[in-house]
Design a binder for this molecule. Structure first.
Ligand SMILES: *[C@@H]1O[C@H](CO)[C@@H](O)[C@H](O)[C@H]1NC(C)=O
Ligand SMILES: *[C@@H]1O[C@H](CO)[C@@H](O)[C@H](O)[C@H]1NC(C)=O
Length: 366
């Protein structure tokens, strides 16, 4: 609890400082309407033929090719509906903004079916093979007021899961890459594809999975291959035979972050990147472009990301998440989500399903 108090005290001191300096008054709104950020200008919206022009230039930019004129018309209609949502949301000048990205011709229902992939319904915690009830950071104190594992070299470049519900594998791998770098000093990109192909007792490749099962697989398997040795294919494949001399990265175990506890998540995150589930099935999430998100969520956790830091901007507290939808989505592939709202489960349920791998200093094979 001491950690909690000192963190909160720090945050409120900082907010006070910003207030005194008058920074709050200049809240940044330009990005909501900046065409280079949101992908459209107010003129584009003025006339129907301008809108067709916008769709055409967007299609070229994202190399969209449609099988038939009928398909193109269908995609244009979806594009218009998505654009309307983006424009309406940006007009509200909230703390986050949306933009036209490569998902703009995909209907929201299609999006949910193809680009997420967390399956929390796969019974977690109690029934898991190597489950641990330990939370090693429970007594952590004096947490830093901001943490960014990217700056400490513990985060590989943003990856892209593509049209495959493999977020669980990306979330797992990013957390393992993180702890491995923290313990060994080496940042090694690891294989999501191995998890997709080989970890199928409880997980289901492109059809979804859960990070804890994947951590258990890595433990049981005595390590995970590198991305280089076992690259991502964006589809389920056959599990490759183990090569005796391949480099593998091991973990010692994994632990769950206590549910519905922001303090616990921050304690863990102050020590290492953490895998988290999120209720991402919303249009706001599909088109998030930047800012501190506190918008529309899905109904339940259905996507997985990796928390890689936290901070505060003009007194607004957030958690930084690494996503796996490429660098064009969000803030160069990252997402900032509001914290400190008082909701136990957090914005979009981010405190519901969080866990992290552990790694002892000795006993790392590579
Ligand atoms: C949002 O910001 C724009 C540009 O700064 C301004 O013209 C508009 O009135 C604002 N809208 C709202 C709802 O505050
Ligand atoms: C890891 O380290 C902890 C603390 O030193 C020790 O208790 C534990 O047995 C170690 N686990 C393994 C698998 O080596």
């Amino acid at each position: 609890m001491a950690g909690n108090n000192s963190l909160l005290a720090m945050d409120s001191k900082l907010s006070m400082l910003f207030l005194l300096l008058g920074f709050v008054a200049c809240s940044p709104t330009a990005s909501h309407h900046d065409p280079s950020v949101v992908g459209y200008s107010q003129e584009d919206l003025a006339l129907p033929n301008k809108l067709v022009g916008l769709f055409t230039s967007w299609s070229v930019k994202h190399s969209k090719i449609y099988a038939s004129p009928k398909e193109k018309v269908k995609r244009y209609e979806i594009f218009k509906r998505n654009l309307r949502h983006i424009v309406e949301t940006n007009r509200r000048n909230g703390s986050y903004w949306l933009g036209l990205n490569h998902f703009a011709d995909i209907a929201h229902e299609e999006f949910k079916a193809s680009y997420l992939g967390l399956k929390p319904g796969l019974a977690r915690r109690d029934s898991q093979p190597h489950g641990s009830t330990t939370f090693r950071y429970a007594n952590a104190v004096n947490l830093p007021w901001a943490v960014d594992w990217r700056k400490k070299g513990a985060v590989t470049p943003v990856k892209n899961q593509g049209e495959c519900g493999s977020c669980w594998a990306f979330s797992t791998v990013a957390a393992v890459e993180g702890i491995n770098q923290i313990v060994t000093g080496k940042l090694v990109s690891l294989s999501e594809q191995e998890l997709m192909d080989c970890d199928n007792t409880f997980n289901h490749g492109c059809r979804g999975g859960l990070m804890d099962f994947a951590f258990a697989y890595i433990m049981g398997n005595q390590g995970i291959y590198t991305e280089e040795d076992y690259p991502y294919l964006m589809e389920e494949g056959y599990c490759r035979e183990k090569q005796p001399h391949s480099k593998v990265i091991t973990i010692t175990g994994y632990e769950d972050v206590p549910e519905n506890s922001e303090t616990s998540l921050l304690k863990a995150l102050a020590h290492q990147p953490v895998s988290v589930g999120i209720a991402a099935g919303s249009r706001d999430f599909q088109f998030y472009k930047g800012g501190i998100f506190d918008g529309e969520c899905g109904i339940q956790p259905d996507h997985a990301l990796t928390a890689v830091g936290y901070g505060s901007y003009y007194g607004q507290d957030y958690i930084i998440m690494k996503n796996s939808w490429g660098k064009n989505w969000g803030e160069q592939g990252y997402f900032r989500i509001r914290r400190g709202t008082g909701k136990p489960e957090g914005v979009c349920d981010i405190y519901k399903i969080a866990s992290y791998p552990t790694k002892n200093v000795t006993g790392w094979g590579s």
